[in-house]
Design a protein around this ligand. Structure first.
Ligand SMILES: Nc1nc2c(ncn2[C@@H]2O[C@H](COP(=O)(O)OP(=O)(O)OP(=O)(O)O)[C@@H](O)[C@H]2O)c(=O)[nH]1
Ligand SMILES: [Mg+2]
Length: 311
């Protein structure tokens, strides 16, 4: 018998692995639902789907079942050769649940157990509307979210939180958009060839310690981010004040320029009026002079008593 691709889903309890496996199969094969205190899936289970094999697995976050879960995951990574005799290079595609610090550590433990080159896809599941917008608004936001994953995924799929699944048992995803994007995503991932010898122990000895270390690091990072935010806020306020001052100065200088322009216009107007007045005076003066010149001369006779004309 020949298998096509093995799709293995890994992630912590309650992250939605069984639900996603069922969504891929379009039927409720794996039990999904709420399990208080521990994971619902405690053993790796597989289901044949045509030529493909779908593997559901338990998570590592539960401290009581952790060692057993690690063994289950390890054997699921090696499972291919246990169950298929006539295939030399099995094909494996890895998935993972949403990213919390525990999820990051689970992911890191599994990724470290594979000693050959491989690519995998990461599914960030049950993402609320606001976080969904935040993650999609910039690649940097998504990067910040998965920066602690030691081997970065080739691709990441962000699946919106589906309220109809909340707190439910064995519910099949019906949302077409989610189903299409899940199938498209799974098909888009390259196939890896991982042999049994390429898988070592899934190490969970220091699981809690590492999660604590990450928590500390995250706290420091968050503090740094807060500090930077505060500085940026102050810088922003300063810039706004400077801009306001500059606008005020521009306004004042515009007003004083206008005042000066008006003064110049006034002066020009006065000069025009003065010139006109001067011209009027000159004309009057000339008129008077001309009038005086055009008057007949007055002859005063010597010893005479009245004027007489000159012939
Ligand atoms: N709100 C919401 N609930 C979801 C979503 N996906 C799964 N669930 C619910 O979450 C619960 C856990 O889902 P499972 O698929 O059983 O999770 P799991 O990762 O297989 O969990 P374990 O087997 O315990 O490791 C179930 O009640 C699901 O109906 C989702 O996208 N949104
Ligand atoms: Mg499960």
């Amino acid at each position: 018998m020949t298998f096509g691709t093995i799709f293995s889903f890994y992630g912590n309890p309650g992250s939605g692995k069984s639900t996603l496996c069922n969504a891929k199969l379009r039927k409720t094969v794996f039990k999904s639902g709420v399990s208080v205190g521990t994971g619902l899936t405690t053993f790796s289970e597989s289901h044949q789907d045509g030529n493909n094999l779908i593997i559901d697995s338990p998570g590592l976050a539960d401290p009581i079942k952790r060692n057993e879960a690690a063994k289950q995951i390890e054997s699921s990574l090696k499972k291919v050769l246990n169950i298929i005799d006539n295939i030399d290079y099995p094909e494996v595609t890895l998935e993972s649940g949403r990213v919390r610090l525990q999820d990051v550590e689970t992911l890191n433990s599994i990724l470290k157990a594979i000693t050959v080159e491989f690519e995998y896809g990461l599914i960030i599941n049950k993402v609320t509307k606001q976080v969904h917008q935040h993650l999609l608004s910039s690649p940097a936001n998504l990067q910040a979210c998965i920066q602690m994953v030691e081997k970065q995924p080739l691709r990441t799929l962000i699946v919106k939180h589906m309220s109809e699944l909340y707190d439910e048992d064995n519910v099949l995803v019906e949302d077409k958009e989610t189903l299409d994007s899940l199938n498209g995503f799974l098909e888009s991932l390259p196939r890896n060839f991982i042999e049994q010898k390429d898988v070592t122990t899934v190490e969970v000895k220091d699981y809690d310690k590492k999660v604590k270390e990450m928590e500390l690091l995250m706290t420091k990072l968050t503090e740094q981010i807060e500090l930077e935010k505060e500085n940026n806020k102050k810088l922003g306020e300063k810039t706004l004040k400077l801009e306001a001052d500059l606008t005020q100065q521009r306004l004042e200088s515009k007003e004083s320029t206008e005042r000066m322009m008006n003064q110049i216009l006034d002066m020009n107007q006065k000069q025009i009026e003065q010139t006109a007045e001067f011209q009027r005076n000159m004309q009057e003066q000339m008129r008077l002079t001309t009038e005086a010149l055009n008057k007949p001369p007055v002859i005063i006779e010597k010893g005479g008593s009245g004027p007489c004309s000159i012939m």
